[in-house]
Design a protein around this ligand. Sequence first.
Ligand code: NAP
Length: 244
Amino acid sequence: MSFRLDGKRALVTGANTGIGQAIAVGLAEAGAYVIAAGRRSCAETVDLCTKVGGTAEELTLDLADLDAAVAALPDELDILVNNAGIIRREDSVAFSEKDWDDVMDVNLKAVFLLCQRFAKNALAAGRGGRIVNIASLLSFQGGIRVPSYTASKHGVAGLTKIFANEWAGQGINVNAVAPGYIATNNTEALRTDPARNQAILDRIPAARWGDPEDIAGAVVFLCAPAAKYVTGAVLNVDGGWLAR
Ligand code: NAP
């Protein structure tokens, strides 16, 4: 049984910061060649990958221009991690169509198209592969004031399962990781609101915010030979939140 990824080529979207950066570094540490993709420079991530003894390059990939992003996805990949995501907060009665479309395009449509492209390439080459999509607690729960985010993350869980069903026979495993409350840019508004911050901490059995590295370990596992019979799963990494 192996947890190593030597010889594998892995692309991570949104790899310049937060959870995506930690996943890129984790995959590099496990031996994968990492393509750190972002709409901004991922030079810092490439440096961090090198510091843990790995190898990495950066790739410009802006999911706001989906045609270009799909065309830019390298043909020869063994691992795809769809991590990039955005959130917009507003009461549902006042939520704008733009905030709906922007979030659905990056969080869901991009995941669909990148998975499809990855699988087309892998199937044509007779190669298996691993996809890990980053879901959310809001793949299971409703949340509040984040309607497009909740819809998109429920969609990510659904896409993960249908792709797993369709591609398992060809050796492409598709799973998702659902992070709990992780300290990144995405959750800054929650952490800086003292009442919300305390309410969240009070409900987490582990009694702390998660670190991006907490998510990276689960992703490395799902990409590793040891997880070859795991597909269609949505793995919660949430300090016990959903168990409560
Ligand atoms: P983050 O620090 O805000 O990172 C989000 C990443 O997505 C950044 O790299 C961002 O790039 C990238 N991104 C956004 N729009 C993009 C676009 N158009 N094209 C390419 N990249 C784009 O937040 P995070 O917490 O690490 O989020 C990573 C993933 O985890 C997201 O899918 C998020 O929904 C999910 N998640 C996070 C939490 C949490 O508690 N933090 C919980 C559940 C799920 P820029 O830096 O350029 O904006």
